[in-house]
Design a protein around this ligand. Structure first.
Ligand code: ADP
Length: 204
């Protein structure tokens, strides 16, 4: 099962991706995590993207596309994966389609978590406060000012990706304001429907 998980920052993509990983035994490929790791390790790519990430802007498409293209060739991703935080622009979505096509594979479904912006601002403040109260480091881009930038970047550059996948008939939208378990169940139900459709068309 090859999946993309879409949704604004703070929508709960990471939480839900972790659960899908367990249920479907596919790895979660998070560009945010991979880039943060590159920054922590001080690699050339990490040095190039650190300041961009701190400002809440998008790193260049070629950087993330090559990170993902390398990652999907690892043995654990051969039978499937869930992409979290990628693609974030229509150009990335097109590049992903090309990368998959050269490997003779394609996406099975795109899942979108829909959450309104006021709820997101509350959540992100909660996430930063929770991390601080546990004595854990707060992500540098989890402060209200940078978060507003991330939201406007999402609106302008990432929201059109939804339409890209809707027009391909791949999009499944789930209300991300429901309790965490309810969101998981709706995502699983959407995936079950995709799987049974595929089995039916294989039989035909
Ligand atoms: P979020 O909590 O907003 O989902 P992520 O952990 O996915 O955050 O990403 C953190 C930052 O990493 C983004 O604000 C951006 O700077 C960078 N980033 C992650 N994925 C991409 C991508 N696909 N394209 C461009 N930049 C990305």
């Amino acid at each position: 099962m090859r999946l993309v998980l879409l949704g604004p920052p703070g929508a709960g993509k990471g939480t839900q991706a972790t659960r899908i990983v367990t249920r479907f035994a596919i790895p979660q490929l998070s560009t945010g995590d991979m880039l943060r790791q590159a920054v922590a390790e001080g690699t050339a790519a990490g040095l190039r993207v650190k300041h961009i990430m701190d400002r809440g802007e998008l790193v260049p498409d070629d950087v993330v596309v090559s990170v993902i293209a390398n990652r999907i060739d690892h043995s654990d991703a051969v039978s499937g994966f869930i992409l979290d935080g990628f693609p974030r622009t229509v150009a990335q979505a097109e590049a992903l389609d090309q990368e998959l096509a050269t490997r003779g594979i394609k996406l099975d479904a795109v899942l979108e978590l829909e959450v309104d912006e006021d709820a997101l601002l509350d959540r992100i403040k909660g996430r930063a406060d929770d991390a601080a109260s546990r004595g854990e480091p707060v992500r540098r881009d989890d402060n209200p000012e940078v978060f507003k930038t991330r939201l406007s970047v999402y609106r302008e550059q990432t929201a059109p990706v939804t339409e890209y996948y809707r027009s391909q008939g791949l999009l499944n939208v789930v209300d991300g304001l429901q309790p965490i378990d309810a969101v998981t169940e709706q995502l699983a139900a959407a995936l079950a429907a995709v799987t049974s459709d595929q089995i039916r068309s294989d039989v035909r």
